[in-house]
Structures are given as C-alpha cells and as structure tokens.
Design a protein around this ligand. Sequence first.
Ligand code: SAM
Length: 237
Amino acid sequence: MTIRYPNATDAIAAGEGVYAPQADSHLLIEAISLSGAIEGARVLDFCAGTGVVGIAAAMLGARHVTAIDMCRRAVDCCRRNAQTYELDVDVRLGTLVDALDSGPYDVVLCNPPYMPESPGFEQERHAAAIGSPLAWNAGADGRRVLDPLCAQSAALLTPSGSMFIVQSVVADVQQTLQTLNDSGLTAAVIARRELPFGPVMRSRVAWLKRTGRLPVDCGTEEIVVIRGDHQEGGTSG
Ligand SMILES: C[S@@+](CC[C@H](N)C(=O)[O-])C[C@H]1O[C@@H](n2cnc3c(N)ncnc32)[C@H](O)[C@@H]1O
C-alpha cells in the first residue's frame, strides 16, 4: 500500500524549547494519511508544537486548519513553519478552553504530553535536544491533557467528526478508549509502533517499572494511534 505522506514535513524546524517532531508525530501523520478523513475537513491540531501534524493535514487537503498550543514559543514556531510551506494555518495560543470555543471540528488531531512524571524527575537535561518538558510531562499518570481532551471529545467534534490521538502505552490506552466511549465516540487503536527507549523514557524507566506503569521485563516502548468517531459518523477503523 502506498502511504500518501507529506515528505516536506521532514524539514519542519523546531527551534529552542519547541518539541522537535519525533516518532509519535510521524505515526500520527501516517495514520491520518491512511484514514481518508482529512480531505475537505475542518481540522484542529491540538498541542501543535511545530505544527507538523496540522501542516501535514493542510498538505493532505484539509479545508481549514487551526493549530493551538499553550506555549508561546511553539505558536511562533508553528506560524513560521506554516509560512515556510505557504500554508494558511490559523495558529492560536491557547488550551482546551480555546479549542472548545473555536469548534466544533470535523477532525481533531492531538499528540499531547503523555509521560508520567516521576517524583523529582530529572529529564530536564534532555530538554535542549528535544524541546520543553511541557511537551511531554503530564502528571503522575500521564493523563493531564488526555483525560480532559477525551472527556470533551464530543463537544469538540461535529456530529460525524473524528478524533486521532497518539500516546504511549505507559499512559493507559484503555482509559483513553473508555473515556472516548463514555463521551459518545466509537474508539479503537488503529496504529502501533514499538520504539527503543528515548532519553526521557530512559531517565524514568526504573520508576515506571517499580510503580507498575511498565512491565519489568519490558525493553521497548509501544506508542499507539487511537481513532474515535462521533457515533453518528459510523464505526472506526
Ligand atoms: C508532544 S508535543 C507535540 C507537538 C507536535 N504536535 C508534534 O506532534 O510533534 C506536545 C505539545 O503540547 C503543548 N501543550 C502541553 N499542554 C498543553 C495544553 N494543556 N494545551 C495546549 N497545548 C499544550 C506543548 O507546548 C507541546 O508543544
């Protein structure tokens, strides 16, 4: 199968303090490229960072793309990247409240922070290479952004809209599926990828295993893409 993948996004610039696109960004882009959901859609890229996901959506034929991030540096970076590709992306500084105010959307895309934070975490030394800890730290269970996003999913979407979320298994995939279902969406995992531990994972893997967040014999991290379809829109897959 040929994946319609906007290769130009490989050249997306991150800049200091902004999350440089990683395997999770690319898995989400691959999944939306295959989904057929983007063309002609009004799309929200929530937690936009560099804007790589929203820019890919624009390249895939979205009718309109809004990109929201709570970090000023990310917003400035996202604007610059959209300009570089001469794409009309509506970039906003904001949080979920602003996403709800500007919706509903046909498609919501999100690569949120999802790393559980160990007490006294020490990953900041990696920040210069990867971006800002705000981009990955998400509370003790990794669900600080995931839970409210999933709980508000129906309000963010049009009646036939779809949400695509990428996350690690360390942040409880079942909880994401359940919260989306409870909110009125039909949800399923549509893509998976095994990764070697990156620097942030490595810095807290012992704590993740000790606290039961990761199996003790686990030597890789699995990330998944979850698709939730507003029920009037049919089933996922
Ligand atoms: C993992 S990065 C994803 C960046 C980009 N979408 C990608 O896939 O490469 C997460 C982003 O979420 C932003 N963020 C964190 N918490 C947020 C919140 N509550 N509301 C909006 N943005 C948030 C961070 O500033 C960061 O840019």
